[in-house]
Design a protein around this ligand. Structure first.
Ligand SMILES: Nc1ncnc2c1ncn2[C@@H]1O[C@H](COP(=O)(O)OP(=O)(O)OP(=O)(O)O)[C@@H](O)[C@H]1O
Ligand SMILES: [Mg+2]
Length: 145
């Protein structure tokens, strides 16, 4: 899945996008950050739902709203952070997210541009976009630019 995502993977349904996340989960090294970039409604949260399934997490991932982030435990700890409503990058420090990064973990951040200076390394970037009706694209960059 890593190689497919590096070339750019087109998905034709939310189920496809979830399946891609599930497949990637098994290939990701532990203790990394995944930065999910892309406009509203491009499938970022849908993809995280698949990652969670891949790590045997039973709860369904929903968009973190009031709390901005949520912690899910499975074969690996998933910390899902949606920075969309964050006031400033400095405000990320107050959330104490680092305290929840117990190995093996993956920190997944939606709207990473809002917290760019804060993102823990190593960080990989996934770009999400829409190319047509129900056609979404996901592209993996090995390092944040
Ligand atoms: N191929 C596809 N892959 C993913 N989602 C799709 C696809 N086709 C249609 N959709 C729809 O697009 C929407 C994607 O929503 P999702 O919440 O995953 O996006 P998001 O990028 O997390 O948005 P936000 O920036 O608001 O958090 C869902 O309503 C989903 O049903
Ligand atoms: Mg989302």
């Amino acid at each position: 899945m890593i190689e497919e995502l590096k070339r750019g993977l087109t998905t034709r349904s939310p189920e496809d996008t979830e399946a891609a996340g599930r497949a990637l989960a098994g290939e990701l090294p532990p203790d990394i950050t995944l930065a999910l970039s892309g406009p509203l409604g491009t499938g970022k949260t849908t993809f995280v739902r698949g990652l969670a399934r891949g790590w045997g997490i039973r709860e369904t991932v929903i968009s973190p709203t009031f709390q901005l982030y949520a912690v899910y435990d499975g074969d690996r700890r998933l910390v899902h952070f949606d920075a969309y409503r964050l006031e400033s990058p400095e405000a990320a420090d107050d959330l104490l997210i680092e305290d929840f990064l117990e190995p093996p973990y993956t920190l997944v951040v939606e709207w990473p541009e809002k917290v760019a200076p804060w993102l823990p390394e190593p960080c990989f970037q996934l770009l999400f976009g829409i190319t047509g009706e129900h056609r979404h694209i996901i592209l993996l960059n090995e390092e944040m630019p």
